[in-house]
Ligand binder design. Structure first.
Ligand code: HEM
Length: 508
C-alpha cells in the first residue's frame, strides 16, 4: 500500500498540481486500494484498537490529507484547521455524519424509532430543535445545573467517607490510592439519570442496584462491538445469527429497556395527573429532568421521546466518565497546574455563595482543563461530514457525497497546530490562547464536541457535569499519581485508557 511503501512524507500545505490545476480525487494519497485487503490487515494487526495512532502515523507518512478504504467504508481524512473550516463552511442546513449502520439496523429490526443521532434531513432538524430547547439553551442549563451539582457534591461526600474509612495517615488528613474508574462511571450514570429522568438511583450506596450495573455493562458492550460491525456486512451477520451481532443487539436491548421502564413510570404519572385535572402536570410544576419536560410538552411522540432519551443515556455516560479519568490523571501528574486551577476555583467558589453556575463562570481554568483534556484525549476520535457539494481540500477535488473525517487525536497533538502539543496546559484556552500556545489563530482547533447545528446535543450537560465534579474534587482533595508515565490508550468506539490510572486522593 502507499503507506507500506513509505512514499515520501509530505507535511504541510499542498501546492497546486504541476500545471496549476486542481488535482483529481484519485490522486489523493491513500492507504491501499482494496477495502477488503485493508480490512484483513486491520484485523490481523489489531489496528482498530489503535485507530487514533494509525491515523497519526498515516498523516506523518502521507501528509495532511489521505483516503482510506476499509471493508464497506471509505473516507477522506484531514487534520489542518484551514481544511476543517472549509469542510464545515459548506455543511448546509442538514449536516450528515457517517451513519452508524449497526445502530440503525438494531432500530429497524426491533421496529424502534430513531433519535437525532441516527436521523438525517428535515426529520433530524425538527427533532433536534425541540431537543435543543431542553438541553442546549442557556435557560435549560440553568434548570439542570443544580441537579448535576447535587450529584457532584454527593460523589465528594462518598469519596471523603471512603478515604476516611480505607485511607492511610492521621485522621482528617488521610490519603487513599485507588483506581477511581468504577466510582466515576457510577457518578456519570447517576448524573445522567438525574438530568435526563429527574431520578436519583442511589449508585453511591454500598450496594448499587443490579439494574444499574447491567446498564453500565451494556453500554460498554455496545461500544466494543460497534467498530468491527461498522466495516462488515452486518446484515449478513444478522441473518446468520453471528455472535458479534447478537451481542451488539442484546446490549442495545438492555439500554432500551432501562429507558422504557422510566418512560412507563412517567406516562402513568402524567395520565393520573391529567385524570385529576392537575394543571401543574406530573411534576407538580417543579423541574424534573429532560424526560419530564418532553413528556409534559408533548411535542414529540412517545416513540421519539424514547428513541432520543435512550440515545442520550447511551451517549452520555462513558463519554464523560472517561475524560474525567484522564483529567484526574493529568492534574495529578502536573501538581503546579493543579494548584493554579484550585486557587482559581477556591476564590470563585467563595465569591459565588453556593451558586454553582456563578462558581463555574468565575473559574475559566476549569473550562480550559476540560478543553485541554479533550484535545489530548478526544473521546470521539473523529468528526465526520458527508459533503453536500463539490469542494476543494488541499487542492484536491472532493466530489459531493464524500465522507470526510476530521481526525481529532492527531490534530490535538500536531506541532503544526499547537505549541508544545505534549504539554498539559489549560491556560492555552484562556483569553483566546493569548499566551501563544496555539500556532496561528484559534479557529477549528477545539472540536471534541463536533461543530455547528449538528454538534453534540449533550455538550452543555457534559461540560457542566465534568467541570462541577472537578471543582468539588479540587475543593476537597489533593490529587497525585503513582506513576507519571504516559497512559496507554485504546480505541473501542471511544478513546479510553488501556488500563485505568491509579490516583491518590489526599484530604485537604
Ligand atoms: C465529553 C463528552 C462528550 C463528547 C466529547 C461528545 C462528542 C460528540 C460528538 C463529536 C458528536 C458528533 C457531533 C458532530 O457531528 O458535529 C456527538 C453527538 C451526539 N452526542 Fe455527544 N459527546 C459527549 C457527551 C454527550 C452526552 C452527555 C450526551 C447526552 C446527554 C451526548 C449525546 C449525543 C447525541 C444524541 C449526539 C447526536 C447529535 C445529533 O446528531 O444531532 N453526548 N457527541
Amino acid at each position: 500500500t502507499v503507506v507500506d511503501e513509505k512514499l515520501e512524507g509530505r507535511k504541510g500545505v499542498r501546492k497546486k498540481g504541476v500545471d496549476g490545476q486542481v488535482r483529481s480525487f484519485k490522486e489523493i494519497p491513500h492507504t491501499g486500494r482494496s477495502g477488503w485487503v485493508n480490512l484483513v490487515k486491520f484485523w490481523r494487526e489489531d489496528r482498530f484498537r489503535q485507530l487514533h495512532k494509525h491515523m497519526e502515523r498515516t498523516f506523518n507518512a502521507l501528509g495532511p490529507i489521505y483516503r482510506e478504504h476499509l471493508g464497506t467504508q471509505s473516507s477522506v481524512n484531514i487534520i489542518l484547521p484551514s481544511d476543517i473550516g472549509e469542510l464545515f463552511r459548506s455543511e448546509g442546513l442538514h449536516p450528515e455524519r457517517m451513519t452508524l449502520q449497526p445502530w440503525a439496523t438494531h432500530r429497524e429490526t426491533r421496529h424502534y424509532s430513531k433519535g437525532v443521532f441516527l436521523k438525517n434531513g428535515e426529520e433530524w432538524r425538527v427533532d433536534r430543535l425541540l431537543l435543543n430547547k431542553e438541553v442546549m439553551m442557556s435557560a435549560a442549563v440553568k434548570r439542570f445545573l443544580p441537579l448535576l451539582d447535587e450529584v457532584a457534591r454527593d460523589f465528594c461526600r462518598m469519596m471523603q467517607a471512603k478515604v476516611e474509612r480505607e485511607g492511610r495517615g492521621e485522621e482528617g488528613k488521610r490519603s487513599l490510592t485507588i483506581d477511581p474508574s468504577p466510582d466515576i462511571f457510577r457518578f456519570a450514570l447517576e448524573a445522567s439519570c438525574n438530568v435526563i429522568y429527574g431520578e436519583r438511583i442511589g449508585l453511591f450506596s454500598s450496594s448499587p442496584s443490579l439494574e444499574s450495573q447491567k446498564f453500565i455493562w451494556a453500554v460498554e458492550q455496545m461500544l466494543v462491538t460497534t467498530p468491527p460491525l461498522l466495516y462488515l456486512p452486518h446484515r449478513l451477520l444478522l441473518r446468520i445469527g453471528a455472535p458479534l451481532w447478537t451481542q451488539h443487539a442484546t446490549a442495545w436491548d438492555h439500554i432500551f429497556s432501562h429507558a422504557e421502564a422510566r418512560i412507563q413510570r412517567w406516562y402513568q404519572r402524567l395520565s393520573s395527573s391529567q385524570g385529576r385535572g392537575s394543571e401543574a402536570g406530573a411534576s407538580g410544576g417543579q423541574y424534573s429532568g429532560v424526560l419530564g419536560q418532553l413528556m409534559e410538552k408533548g411535542q414529540l411522540s412517545l416513540d421519539l421521546i424514547k428513541a432520543n432519551v435512550t440515545e442520550m443515556m447511551a451517549g452520555g455516560v462513558d463519554t464523560t466518565a472517561v475524560p474525567l479519568q484522564f483529567a484526574l490523571f493529568e492534574l495529578g501528574r502536573n501538581p503546579e497546574v493543579q494548584e493554579r486551577v484550585r486557587q482559581q476555583v477556591r476564590a470563585s467558589w467563595e465569591q459565588a455563595g453556593g451558586d454553582p453556575q456563578k462558581a463555574l463562570q468565575g473559574a475559566p481554568l476549569l473550562k480550559g482543563t476540560i478543553k485541554e483534556i479533550l484535545r489530548l484525549y478526544p473521546v470521539a476520535t473523529t468528526v465526520q461530514r458527508r459533503t453536500i457539494k463539490d469542494t476543494i481540500l488541499q487542492n484536491y477535488h472532493i466530489p459531493a457525497g464524500t465522507l470526510v473525517q476530521v481526525c481529532l487525536y492527531p490534530l490535538g497533538r500536531s506541532a503544526d497546530v499547537f505549541a508544545a502539543p505534549q504539554r498539559f496546559e489549560p491556560d492555552r484556552w484562556v483569553n483566546n490562547g493569548e499566551k501563544g500556545q496555539t500556532v496561528e489563530g484559534s479557529s477549528f482547533r477545539s472540536l471534541a464536541f463536533g461543530f455547528g447545528a449538528r454538534q453534540c446535543v449533550g455538550r452543555r450537560i457534559a461540560e457542566n457535569e465534568m467541570q462541577l465534579l472537578l471543582m468539588h474534587i479540587l475543593l476537597s482533595f489533593h490529587l497525585s499519581v503513582t506513576s507519571s508515565e504516559d497512559i496507554k490508550t485504546t480505541c473501542t468506539l471511544i478513546l479510553q485508557p488501556e488500563t485505568p490510572p491509579r490516583i491518590t486522593f489526599r484530604k485537604l
